[in-house]
Design a protein around this ligand. Structure first.
Ligand SMILES: Cc1ncc(CNC=O)c(N)n1
Length: 230
């Protein structure tokens, strides 16, 4: 029975363990008042515009971070794993995402070239920058990557679920990250994370857990900033 219990435990994966352990902060990041205000159609236009402009800057900073994760995957992953293809697919879709931000900004009369990053955005981009260092292990960087994508996926999927009252003009935004394909992509990254963490040292595990928590905290602050409550 002991052996049985152990092998069952292994199947669960570290990400599930952390999601249970850190449920409160995870929910704070994925069910934030800003997201709930989209979902119940009470979101203020200036909040949405702030989010859009700031997120454009974030995504620009996200590109070199993803590139750094890709380099780590190329150096570290075995031929049988498809880590590289999964991350490369994510990178490729960022090109479309950046064009989308530019189009949306245009529609809303936001001049992206004049937007400056606010403090919470600077802090978040600072974390991305620090994780790009060669000294940061692949397991730690890919954990951050998963958490960043998963928060958006869970947040925006909530806005297009049955029963949500998201205004029609915001549905496309929500579907960008809330759609099923993006959900599968996040699941693939989560599987990579679980696989890497299974072979990680205790020190790496500790660092990965802390980076997971930092991402959740920074996502909460990013939403706060968007709502106008810095
Ligand atoms: C602040 C933040 N977190 C996660 C994402 C989703 N990843 C790429 O688009 C995002 N756009 N912005």
């Amino acid at each position: 029975m002991q052996e049985q219990a152990k092998s069952e435990e292994k199947k669960i994966g570290m990400t599930e363990t952390w999601l249970r352990k850190h449920r409160l902060i995870y929910d704070a990041a994925t069910r934030h008042p800003f997201i709930l205000s989209i979902r119940d159609a009470t979101v203020q236009s200036h909040s949405f515009k702030t989010w859009l402009a700031q997120d454009y800057l974030f995504v620009r900073a996200f590109v070199p971070f993803v590139a750094s994760v890709l380099i780590k995957a190329c150096k570290e992953s075995s031929d049988e794993s498809d880590d590289v293809e999964i991350i490369l697919g994510g990178m490729a879709s960022l090109q479309d995402e950046i064009s989308w931000f530019k189009r949306e900004a245009n529609k809303l009369d936001i001049s992206l070239s004049e937007v400056l990053p606010q403090k919470p955005n600077q802090k978040y981009c600072g974390l991305l920058e620090s994780l790009m260092s060669e000294d940061v292990e692949y397991s730690v960087a890919i954990t951050a990557f998963w958490a960043i994508e998963a928060v958006y996926q869970e947040s925006f999927a909530h806005c297009i679920e049955e029963g949500s009252k998201t205004p029609p003009q915001l549905k496309e935004t929500c579907a960008r990250w809330g759609n099923q394909d993006f959900g599968h992509y996040c699941q693939s990254i989560k599987n990579i994370v679980n696989r890497r963490l299974q072979m990680a040292s205790d020190d790496e595990l500790k660092k990965a857990e802390l980076v997971f928590l930092s991402v959740l905290q920074l996502e909460v602050e990013f939403w706060n900033m968007s709502s106008g409550n810095v």
